[in-house]
Ligand binder design. Structure first.
Ligand SMILES: [Zn+2]
Length: 207
């Protein structure tokens, strides 16, 4: 079960400083953690924030806009309104929203994680329809991030948002399955609106 976990919910430290998200995003940049991931996701997100904000890095905040675990849980990082710090350099941080996928070497992303990434990309594109790129960190600079599994999945287009995938029976027997399809689409739309509402709420709270 995929959940959106706000900074308040996971107990984030406040950022040292923030910059607004660019209104001219090119798209989303995918990262991995680069080490074997196991154990409680909330504890891990907290420890990664500590690592990013402590010397020698001493960054303003957790570098990613969001982090997503193998269960598809989405942890709010810099969030939908602030610029990333994960891509190494102002130009790339301005141009791409940073998603940190909580996997390491030999840990291919689960179906739940992939589904959550697609959903977040859909949210970004709803905010900024021209932000269509989905790139790996290694496409922006020389790095082993996001690793071979995610690189392959990006090339295969597996993170592209797609319509609700409900099998259509053949022959169509009655209205039962159609009703299920409509319900599935309604749930998808409701989830998307919930995300957008959260964004508006936050924008309002920030003035
Ligand atoms: Zn990276």
């Amino acid at each position: 079960m995929s959940t959106y976990i706000s900074r308040a919910k996971w107990g984030a430290s406040p950022p040292v400083k923030t910059l607004p998200l660019s209104t001219k995003l090119k798209g989303v940049c995918l990262h991995w953690m680069g080490f074997h991931i196991e154990g409680d996701s909330t504890r891990l997100v907290k420890s990664i924030q500590r690592n990013h904000m402590s010397p020698p890095k001493s960054w303003w905040d957790l570098a990613y806009n969001e982090m997503i675990d193998q269960d598809g849980n989405v942890f709010e990082g810099r969030g939908l309104t602030h610029r990333s710090g994960a891509q190494g350099g102002t130009r790339n941080n301005k141009a791409y929203y940073a998603l940190g996928l909580m996997v390491g070497p030999g840990q291919p992303p689960s179906d739940e994680l992939v589904a959550a990434v697609r959903k977040r990309i859909k949210v970004i594109r709803t905010m900024q329809p021209s932000a269509t790129a989905v790139v790996g960190h290694n496409e922006l600079k020389a790095t082993s991030c996001p690793g071979p599994d995610i690189e392959r999945m990006i090339r295969a287009g597996m993170f592209e948002p797609r319509p609700v995938d409900v099998p259509i029976p053949d022959p169509l027997p009655d209205l039962g399955p159609l009703k299920e399809r409509v319900e599935a689409i309604e749930m998808e739309v409701a989830a998307l609106y919930a995300d957008i509402e959260a964004l508006y709420e936050k924008a309002g709270a920030n003035g």
